[in-house]
Structure formats: structure tokens, C-alpha cells
Design a binder for this molecule. Sequence first.
Ligand SMILES: NC(=O)c1ccc[n+]([C@@H]2O[C@H](COP(=O)([O-])OP(=O)(O)OC[C@H]3O[C@@H](n4cnc5c(N)ncnc54)[C@H](O)[C@@H]3O)[C@@H](O)[C@H]2O)c1
Length: 356
Amino acid sequence: MSKKYSVVVVGLGKRGGHHISAFQASDRFEVVGICDIDEDRLAKTKAELGGDVQASTDAAPLTTSLKPDVFCFCTMPHLREPFIKMGIDGGAKLIAFEKPVADSSAAGLAVKKLIDDSGVKAVVSHQHRYGPHYAKVAEIAKSGVLGNVHTIYASSPGWMMHMASHMIDYMREYNGNAGAEWVMAQAAGDGKLGDNHPSPDYIAGFVQFANGVRGVLELGAGAPNVPEVGKWWGRNRIRVMGDGGYAEVLTNGGWRAVTGDGVASGEGAMNYAHDTPLYVQDMAEWLDDDSKVHPCNFESAYEGMEIMAGLLRSVIDGGQVALPLTDGRNELEELRKKLAGSKVLLASPDHAAEYS
Ligand SMILES: NC(=O)c1ccc[n+]([C@@H]2O[C@H](COP(=O)([O-])OP(=O)(O)OC[C@H]3O[C@@H](n4cnc5c(N)ncnc54)[C@H](O)[C@@H]3O)[C@@H](O)[C@H]2O)c1
């Protein structure tokens, strides 16, 4: 019988709940400890889980005493480094955490150093890729039917700290995870810099990938609407373009392709209940076998974080920013000064509810 891995989950909000459901539904994992600073939320989750699960408002002693195989935390973007350290100190074999990797290059570099120095496996939850429509576009992009792929365009009306991490990760996947050489960007609007996912209201930029493919990204209020998709947060497009055609995924609107084989399309919508269990199952595969590296591995996600931080640096400093980044900065802090008083112009009245 396969080994069952023990799990501690910290942060029992929306994503913590999804993770707990997926771990408990799997025969490869058992949640042995839970933590949240919100006592009501903690008590509610403990009651739902029942059994011997240990609950605490303080993650450090819980983790030290339970020494879980998997340390999973689902907290806001500013809380990464202390929990990574906690997972490593608790002897975890794998740390699973939420996107984005970090909210600055300084925090990202600190997290990378901890993970690299310890050798712990780590994954970041870019689980949209498990949706059948995302997988279909990955399959088409890899098949060669698009000919010479030259451009990958990604847009989302959702703001950067929520959505950039996802969009860049799948852009990288559709481009064979090629490294990025430089980025350049512009931004407008300081409204969302006060959000718990702090971001410029709108950022648009370019990525030069080492294989010559051009990445184009737009996130936030100035990004085009995709009115045929009902759910506003699902109005995200990633389009892979080659000289033989194109294929695109819409987060809540399926997939489409136009190639030499004709016009094709299919359904699909982002679904946590479908995607998270597959993401969790791949953790077991990687824990069982070092060669089965998780598709959402930290190393790849970190390169996405560098692209996001590089775009912000371009807004702050102007011009092109060479990657990989070699020093850490707090880009958001600098952006607050740069964008103070800046007002964004909307791409669609449909975006007004989020950017008024
Ligand atoms: N992968 C995805 O598709 C996806 C979707 C939504 C959100 N997210 C990401 O997930 C992360 C969490 O988002 P959420 O919507 O679940 O947030 P949430 O607010 O619903 O939950 C966060 C929880 O963390 C708890 N918490 C905060 N500090 C803590 C601490 N020191 N110790 C223990 N618990 C603590 C809070 O009390 C809260 O219950 C964010 O980074 C967000 O960007 C990812």
C-alpha cells in the first residue's frame, strides 16, 4: 500500500478550505494539524474535520510537534518567508503554498534562498492548468500545429497581485517554460495599491523569452473586456500565436483554435473542485518519486515572480529590465511613490464595479 503523507494546513480561508477538502478526499494524504489566527474559523474547521486533528492559533509549535510530511499554507501574499522557514524547521518534505510566490523581489529572493539551501520540495498553486480547456491549449501549443510560435498574449481584468502569477505561469507553460531575458512595462492608477493584493490598477508589458517568443501581458482596469464570458474574474485570455494559427484559453470560457486543420473549440471553466485534487495528487507523485517533478514546482513559479517584479521595476525605473534579477527590492513601496495620485482609464464599463 502507498504511503499516506501527513499534512498541516495554515490559513483556513477560501483556499485553505479547498486544500483541506482535496487532501482529505485523497487516499494519499491525511490532515493532522490546522492553524488559523481566527479562532471561530479554526473551531469550525476542527469540528468539520473531527477525529484527532490538532488545532492551534500558532503555527510554529503545531508544526514542530507534528513534524508533517507536507506543510501547506494559504495566507495573503505578504506572508511567505516565515512560513517557508517554519515548514523547513518542522522537517517537511514538501511545502505547498499559494500564489503569488511573493509580493516583492526581496521577499521572493529570501524565499528562494531558504528553499534552495534546504533542498525541500516546494509547489505554488497555479492549479488552473488542470482545467481541461487549459490542458487542451497546452496540447495544441506542444503539437506543432501552430507552426512557428512567435507571440503569447495574456490579459486579465483582475489586478496584478491576484492574476499576474497565474497568467505568467501558463504563458511560460505554453512556451515550454523558456526563460525570460528581459521585460518592459507601463502602469497607471494607484487605487489597488491599498488592496490586500496590492497592485497598480493597470499594468501592461512585454517579455522577451530566450527562445525568441514575445510575451505580451495586460492586467487590470485597462485590460480588454471579454464580454462573452459571464464571470468577470474569468474574463482572462491566454492566446498562443504562430504562423500556422492560434489557440487560446479563456479562464471561464473554454478554448478555441484556428489552425490549418480548421476552426475548433471546446468548453471549460476554472473549477477549484476539479483542479485542486489533481494538483494535490501530483504532490504525492513527486513525494513518491523525485523524477516526477510537480508541474507547479517552485523553481518555475519563481521565474514567473521575477517577470512580475521586473515589470514593476520597468515602471519605476523606465526602460528594459534584464532577467534574472540579481538583487532584491521592494517594488510596491517604490511604486506607491511613482503612481501617487495616478488615475486609471477603464477598458470597459464592466470593469467599473472593481475600479471605481
Ligand atoms: N490558486 C488560486 O486559484 C487562488 C485563488 C484565490 C486566492 N489565492 C491566493 O491564496 C492566498 C489566500 O487567499 P484566500 O482567498 O484563501 O484568503 P482568506 O482571507 O480567505 O484566508 C486567509 C486565512 O489566513 C489566515 N491567517 C492570516 N495570518 C495568519 C497567520 N499568521 N497564521 C495562521 N493563519 C493566518 C486568515 O485568518 C484567513 O483565515 C492568497 O495569496 C491568494 O492570492 C489563490
